[in-house]
Design a protein around this ligand. Structure first.
Ligand SMILES: [Fe+2]
Length: 564
């Protein structure tokens, strides 16, 4: 994993990099190995770094006490310029305890900008694995490459996309868009192959997770995956949560997969989930009451402003559901009521975050405005008749038929009035996504348009790959969206019961059905590499051939470019 010749893609103009000096004394830099002031521990879950700034980076490990029952555990840490730690530039000690599940965080300050670094933790008789970090660049940045991920489901498969990215020396930072864990129990979502591939849950964590201890054990399990450990050690992460870090389809005051009667108070569960998240993820800890505020931004030199959003917890109103507007006995759909609800003032970001986002967009002078967030933002409309279909297995055929009809019309062939109505009467297929909050999306798009800027949106959550245009209601382009496939969670192919050939066929046909869709992949797991340069953003989708075994290969890639 460690390569001395590792070349960060991030290119900083030499003089800018060299001009930075470390202002503080570099005292205490000798090795702490076997020093009396650190305890005997096992570094059971690897190392991680995250939330880089131009002069700081957050380091993470877990130090499980070994042969001692001390209430407070002390470990050492070291940051060096070289992988052999002959040039240590920072070191110190940090403490942890059972109160924080023996996780350790060190916020290393006063580092030079754009600096590759090596770090490790030190116990009484062992070192942790070595991790590689990188601070954000300040100026003169020519290019940055982000690895973009979402949706890793442990029982569904090995985290091969994480592993693949850990081997790519050109990726500077990882952006994780959430669903880093899933809350379900054994036999739940994604569990079909768990026994066969040896990815079952341990007995003490095989139910749906609800308590703090449950969430902690789930993170601990996920962090045993070799691919994930390797990626954390190789790259700094910039993370946000989606719903499954708490529970499915979370919104401000509840969730689809939370039943207060049997699972207790939602806010208590959310607090437990968030505590475990901050313990286990390489993210700066929250400040007091602000623990719910995860939205924040990262300036990638003058190249890009990376704005990380929370579309789940801090402001989101409850999702609309088609079922709530459908008469259970007659099956009649209350279209007027639905339209009225869609056009009411509903928020996905919350007023405060929306204002913050607009301020970020208007104040930033960076070349690119990149939004790292959970859900598809583009308009994803299907013929309404298909959304109402009860039989999922018929949906692919219906969509292929809709694509044929639309294409026929484009080609100037005559289609009947009934067929025209069928393809033109459309509705969003996922009301949990931005489509369910279309008014707020339009407010945002109009703001972007008025600023004369374009946004680049990174999205996860769907488990499939997407490239979309982002357009206002009247069709003006305000940006693009790159949606990443999942690390291992089952996607559309499983939901609709498609074989690979049909999934490919449908993926090719969908851009005809969905106006703003440019490309989709509906059946392969993977990640994205977003290459940001002054001239363009080049996005590459990468797919692996399997997640059911640790032996895998890259099965394909797709590229798209946006020049603003
Ligand atoms: Fe997911």
């Amino acid at each position: 994993m460690l390569d001395i010749n590792r070349r960060h893609f991030l290119k900083v103009v030499a003089s800018a990099g060299a001009a930075v000096t470390v202002s503080t004394a570099l005292g205490g830099c000798t090795s702490l190995m076997r020093a009396d002031n650190v305890d005997t521990v096992n570094f059971t879950h690897g190392v991680a770094s995250g939330d880089p700034t131009t002069n700081a980076i957050l380091l993470w490990t877990r130090a499980e006490p070994k042969n001692n029952t001390k209430p407070v555990i002390t470990v050492g840490w070291e940051v060096a310029r070289d992988p052999s730690f002959s040039d240590i530039i920072r070191s110190g000690t940090a403490t942890t305890s059972a109160r924080r599940d023996y996780t350790v965080k060190v916020d290393v300050q006063q580092l030079p900008a754009g600096m590759p670094l090596y770090y490790r933790f030190v116990g009484h008789d062992q070192y942790s694995p070595v991790g590689e970090g990188l601070t954000l660049p300040k100026q003169g940045v020519e290019a940055i490459r982000l690895g973009v991920f979402s949706c890793a489901n442990y029982p569904a498969g090995f985290f091969n996309p994480y592993h693949h990215a850990s081997q790519d020396d050109t990726i500077d930072f990882v952006v994780h868009l959430g669903d880093y864990i899933y809350e379900y129990g054994a036999g739940g979502y994604g569990y079909d192959d768990a026994e066969r591939i040896g990815r079952t849950f341990p007995d003490n964590n095989n139910k749906e997770i609800i308590s703090l201890e449950d969430y902690r054990r789930r993170y601990a399990l996920y962090r045993t995956d070799g691919g994930l450990q390797a990626l954390h050690a190789a790259k700094p992460f910039i993370v946000v949560w989606d719903d499954h870090e708490i529970t499915n389809d979370t919104y401000k005051d509840g969730a689809q997969n939370h039943q207060p009667k049997t699972e207790g108070d939602f806010y208590q569960r959310r607090a437990a989930a968030i505590q475990a998240y901050y313990e286990w993820m390489p993210i700066r800890p929250p400040q007091g009451d602000a623990s719910l505020q995860i939205y924040r931004s990262f300036e990638l030199g003058d190249l890009a402003n990376l704005i990380m959003l929370d579309t789940r917890i801090i402001g989101r109103d409850k999702q609309l559901a088609y079922a709530d507007f459908t008469d259970a006995s007659t099956g009649d759909f209350d279209s007027q009521g639905f339209q009225a609800a869609m056009q009411s003032e509903r928020t996905i970001l919350g007023k405060k975050q929306l204002q913050w986002l607009v301020d970020q967009l208007s104040q930033s002078e960076a070349r690119w405005q990149i939004l790292g967030q959970q859900l598809l933002m583009a308009r994803m409309n299907f013929p309404a008749a298909i959304i109402g279909a009860k039989d999922r297995s018929s949906i692919a055929d219906k969509l292929l038929n809709a694509a044929r009809l639309k294409q026929a019309r484009v080609n100037g062939q005559k289609i009947s009035e009934q067929q025209q109505r069928y393809i033109d009467t459309v509705s969003p297929y996922n009301l949990d996504a931005w489509d369910g909050y279309a008014m707020e999306r339009e407010v945002l798009f109009q703001q972007v348009k008025q600023m004369g800027k374009k946004i680049v949106v990174l999205a996860g959550d769907t488990h499939n790959a997407w490239h979309n245009h982002l357009t206002t209601r009247t069709g003006e382009l305000v940006g693009v969206e790159f949606g990443t496939s999942s690390v291992s969670s089952p996607g559309m192919e499983t939901y609709l019961g498609l074989d690979d050939a049909t999934a490919r066929k449908l993926a090719t046909a969908l851009p005809t059905v969905i106006n703003d869709l440019q490309y989709s992949n509906l059946h392969e797991r993977g990640y994205m590499v977003t290459h940001i340069s002054k001239d363009a953003i080049d996005n590459e989708w990468r797919f692996v051939d399997t997640i059911k075994s640790k032996d895998y290969q890259l099965s394909g890639t797709h590229r798209a470019q946006f020049r603003g």
